[in-house]
Write a protein that binds this ligand. Structure first.
Ligand code: ADP
Length: 486
């Protein structure tokens, strides 16, 4: 891989301001999902290296916390500027290890960086309260203070943005961090750390531990059970989220969990159908269907079902599948063989129970990890696609008759991350938005996330919010100050 600035290609972890190998020099391979080729072998760290990273973060905490928010913001702003200046290299790194088309990678660099810019400023506004007193000789205050050493465990589908969405508010709040990126995509995260070092982050403020899939549980256990770590922020599967929640019980840690989704995408009879097709494509096929807010179930009202299915299939058939580095490609490879097997199993289950493949439906002629963008019609709640997150380029179309039926179907899941719907009736817009059991509702668009709005789920989709003013609170504690004897 040829980057303009080869200093961004890193293969070691970063602890206490130094790039370090794993103990005993263990390494694991990072591969390109479009070709299967090894990109680079990186340090394979475990519990002992994690402990050292936690200690470094603990030592760095007093000085970082003592800086003013403005001083921290100056360093963060330099980090933001460096990321933007290196957009092309970061996008190429991301596409190489993750597979998404370069245009999407560039978009993620901008999106990921936006959290740094936003929280650098928002840190200056971590206001407390002066509370009207209950006794004449007392004055009462609520102060906000950074929580302390934080851990961030991130997934492979947004290799840059998931790191910045957690680390930026932590740094702004005066916290230090140990981050563990996904084993499939450590290179983007390491490049971010290199730029943070260039931006002037003091040693120990931002540490990164990398390890393969086998090491993830021991790294996670160390982070969750450490009495020094006060907060764990995780994005990934609900299954792993449950493990982290359990493991954090003994040390009563604060947790943010951004877990799986099963997003409904509802198209009502009164929708602008062309806009709904556009939105469905953006929501469903972005990142080859591998985002936690991807539309997972498309619920379409009876009157427009056939027209919507036809228009959607026509557009989906035009999507260009290939390596993310090829011009014009809109759908890259899936991340790993298990991902493609799950997609195949979901389609086979649906077809076995009576669904119809409208377009796609099988592995792509390119072979490897490429799959044809797929539309399924005649899907029912008895099929696996109704219950489980497919995490691939498959749009299953369910049919419904009434608004109440659509809401009941949409809410019939243990998840509650994002929901989408298309309607031009203003009364319906509010009725449905208020009835959907999800942390985020997007009306008349398929894309909803930005740095200024609260991202997160209800039910088994997680705890806490990222981005926005609420995202900063996740990394702060409220201290009540009672001044008596006045
Ligand atoms: P995905 O389905 O997105 O791969 P995972 O939940 O498996 O989601 O992975 C998300 C992140 O959690 C990755 O960084 C992975 O290495 C890490 N991880 C996986 N298992 C554990 C575990 N038992 N403890 C801590 N982290 C884990």
């Amino acid at each position: 891989m040829q980057l303009k600035d080869m200093s961004l290609l890193k293969a070691k972890g970063y602890i206490d301001g130094k790039w370090v190998d794993a103990d005993a020099g263990r390494r694991f391979a990072v591969t390109n999902p479009a070709t299967g080729a090894t990109l680079v072998e990186v340090a394979d760290m475990g519990a002992t290296e994690t402990r050292r990273a936690i200690d470094a973060a603990s030592r760095a905490l007093p000085a970082w916390r003592a800086k003013t928010a403005k001083e921290r913001a100056t360093i963060m702003r330099r980090w933001f500027d460096l990321i933007i200046a290196h957009t092309e290299d970061l996008a190429l790194l991301m596409t190489s290890e993750q597979g998404k088309p370069l245009a999407e990678s560039r978009g993620e660099v901008a999106y990921g960086a936006s959290f740094i810019e936003w929280f650098a400023e928002e840190g200056k506004r971590a206001y407390g309260d002066v509370i009207p007193t209950t006794q004449a000789d007392r004055r009462l205050f609520a102060l906000k203070q950074g929580i302390g050493v934080c851990a961030a465990i991130t997934p492979w589908n947004f290799p840059i943005a998931m790191i910045t969405r957690k680390c930026a508010p932590a740094f702004a709040a005066g916290c230090t961090v140990v981050a563990k990126p996904a084993e499939a995509t450590p290179l983007s995260a390491l490049a971010l750390v290199e730029l943070a070092e260039q931006a002037g982050f003091p040693p120990g403020v931002f540490n990164i531990v990398i390890g393969d899939a086998g090491k993830a549980p021991e790294i996670g256990l160390e982070l969750c059970t450490s009495p020094i770590v006060r907060k764990v922020s995780f994005t990934g599967s609900t299954e792993v989220g449950r493990i982290l929640l359990r493991q954090s019980a003994d040390t009563i840690k604060k947790l943010s969990l951004e877990l799986g989704g099963n997003a409904p995408f509802i198209v009502f009879d009164d929708a602008d159908l062309d806009a709904a097709v556009e939105g469905a494509i953006a929501s469903k096929y972005r990142n080859a269907g591998q985002t936690c807010v991807c539309a997972n179930r498309l619920l379409v009202q009876d009157g427009v079902y056939d027209a919507f299915a036809e228009k959607l299939a026509a557009k989906v058939a035009q999507l260009e599948v290939g390596a993310g580095t090829e011009p014009g490609v809109t759908v890259g490879p899936l991340i790993e063989p298990a991902a493609i097997e799950k997609v195949e199993a979901h389609i086979a289950d649906a077809v076995g129970k009576g669904a119809r493949v409208v377009t796609g439906g099988k592995r792509h002629a390119l072979g490897g990890l490429f799959f044809e963008p797929t539309v399924l019609a005649g899907v029912t709640p008895q099929m696996r696609v109704a219950r489980e997150e497919t995490f691939g380029p498959v749009a299953p179309l369910f049919r419904f008759k009434t608004e109440d039926e659509a809401i009941a179907m949409a809410n019939d899941t243990e998840f509650g991350l994002a929901s989408y719907f298309y309607s031009r009736d203003v009364g319906r817009v509010f009725r449905v938005a208020e009835s959907l059991e999800s942390g985020m509702v997007c009306v008349n668009s398929g894309i909803l996330s930005n740095e200024v709005s609260p991202f997160g789920g209800v039910k088994q989709s997680g705890l806490g919010r990222e981005g926005s003013k609420y995202g900063l609170d996740e990394y702060m504690e409220i201290k009540y100050l009672c001044l008596a004897g006045l």
